[in-house]
Design a protein around this ligand. Sequence first.
Ligand SMILES: [Zn+2]
Length: 268
Amino acid sequence: MSRSLKITILGCGDSAGVPRIGGDWGNCDPATPKNRRTRPSIMVQSDTTTIVVDTGPDFGLQLTRENIKTVDAILYTHDHSDHVAGIDDLRIIQGRINKKVPIYLDKKTHQSLKTRYGYIFEQTSTFYPAVVDVHLFAKESMRQKHQIGDIEFIPFEQDHGQGNISLGFRFGDFGYSTDMRNLDDKAVSILKGVKTWVADCADFAHGHGTLHADLPTVERLNAEIGAEKVYLTHLKMFYDYNKMAAALPKGFEPAYDGLIINAQILQL
Ligand SMILES: [Zn+2]
């Protein structure tokens, strides 16, 4: 059996996507398809298992675009709306697989989602059953191995600025770090040795902001992590794909929706 993983960038846009409502493309050339960016999410697939990270507002459209009918589990990075607001669409998957959809998340995200989407967690009407089966990441299970189907992964905490914590994930020789402003040594130690790293660079051209990383931060972190290829994600409408690609150092590229990355399942 193949031991490879296929990673698909479902979305690499910022919280508003590109274009923004009303066709505002900012500095992006509308004629370049790679400038059309939905909200941040990835899909990780082995031969037998499909995992999606986050269910943002474009979740349903992203799965339709990729012709995906069911998933085995959802991992959540944090509770910001651009990562969770498509949670209602899990009802379609629940109906299709005829059981609750397993979701993996930390305590803070769980509490927030339960408050905002109580009906997803507990049946509140005669017609609509609860949708999700909750798997909580305990504090002590951070930076530990977890497994869904035949896919192993390691969650780790990331500094998302202003006291926010998001989760990053390592799958084999691939790392995903959306929505981080910086990473501490513990997070870096988990990512060390990945071949490909997808990293938040929402503040690419706007200096080091309060919630997201800028390019010097991603470069500094990767000097320790050592990924051969770094794809930048959570990209705003200010960054045209071709102009950004031309300005980046060797080994760094902007991500784009639909990008496929091949990774290997390793003994983590
Ligand atoms: Zn975000």
